[in-house]
Design a protein around this ligand. Sequence first.
Ligand SMILES: O=C(O)C(=O)C[C@]1(C(=O)O)C=C[C@@H](O)C=C1
Length: 276
Amino acid sequence: MKRIAIQGIAGSFHEDAARKYFEDDVEVVECKTFTTVCEMIDADKVDFAVMAIENSIAGSLLNNYQLIRDFHLRIIGEIYLHIQMNLLVNEGVTSADIQHIHSHPIALQQCMEFIESYYPNAKLHEKLDTAASAKLVAEEKMINAAAIGNLRSGELYGLKTLETGIETNKKNYTRFLILSKHGNPTKGTNKASVCFEVGHFYGSLARVLNTFAENQINLTKIQSVPIIGKPNEYTFHVDIEWENGENYDRAIHQVLKSASSLSILGEYKRGEIQNQ
Ligand SMILES: O=C(O)C(=O)C[C@]1(C(=O)O)C=C[C@@H](O)C=C1
């Protein structure tokens, strides 16, 4: 059984992602912060980590890009999870009783339309993860509060579901990266995450991007991450996909000539977004 570090506790979406990717062959190691997650891999206390990197509504988790670089972690895979949110309460609690709503900040953001329409006066409480909110509402036997999370967290902590599918946009996906300390060479890779820096002159970024295009490398994401302590300077993180591995190798060799630095954070098999 593989030991997997996640930020959050059992019942969180991170646990779902870990179970789905490793087909339930997991012992989840709960961590309070993403930094602890990275420390656990670094200290060889876990085999892998699962880390959210972006959500289709809330956007990228910029700090996680930084952590992956700081800890020199390898990206060995990815998984997309369709995120459905639910309003969870203790037995006997009705919608009229709800004055407080607890959840992860991104989960609250994903349900803002529902909250503003039905609970405009509720006090929102940001917690470390959705499952921790469900656990808190259950353990404290709150009778004027609800948690927002997945159905499993409700079952796990004994809450009932008052409303289901309360996310604003039904096409709500979170992409999770699978991280390890030592990347194992995998066969059949068709995607890579790389990061690079370019000089401050016109066309420097365009030249790198053109190199990918000229080699038929499909760019699926570009994210600039500020370099701390260097105002107006950025590291560019890109995700790229290819049909032919030779094109990828050639593109990387050519990019090395125009970027001032380049790191390959991982080569892996692209995850599929399953349309619901
Ligand atoms: O709180 C959780 O359950 C998490 O796994 C965190 C998290 C996130 O970081 O975005 C994961 C998926 C959802 O987008 C909402 C919250």
